[in-house]
Write a protein that binds this ligand. Sequence first.
Ligand code: ZN
Length: 199
Amino acid sequence: MATEQPTLIVQTGAEVLRQRAVEVPLEEIPTPQFQALIARMFEAMRNAPGVGLAAPQLGVSKRVFVLEDTEERMATQSALERSERERVLVAPRAIVNPVLTPIGEETATFFEGCLSVAGHAALVTRAREVEVRGFDEKGEPVSWRVRGWPARILQHELDHLDGTLYVDRMHSRSFTTAGHLKERFAGRPIAEILRTFGL
Ligand code: ZN
């Protein structure tokens, strides 16, 4: 309906962002209510805009997240930034009851933000490669092994389902407003940025 308000994304401080979200019974996945939740999550993520969103960010304590990365979203970064981040297109997908396993010992440290901590970002070290297992929006089992930026999105969204925000994992001295991020760090090689923070 044209009169509907855009969905508001829950901001940090809300209890729902700090709870362990509840497992989704598989028989719930095909229900109209659950399908509508997934649709609302995609809508809220795209409107924000963002590349991932977990149900608790809409105030719903259920173990499901959505993600999508597009040319349009990536256009905010330079070719260097995209290649350093191993940022690639991610087709829209929803993952229910995800279980995540880091692969190997390699890590990557980049600035990361969150739609529930609006207007800020910080450096966060994450596994470079992960495998996620769970169920898709039809209730079919899925397993996805991926590295680079999609691996970071998966770790960030999985954290949401466990009541964890990136601020719990950030290199706190790098915590910055989005404005300062753009002025001070946009377009700079990550090695140079990490040296700035002694990382
Ligand atoms: Zn987030």
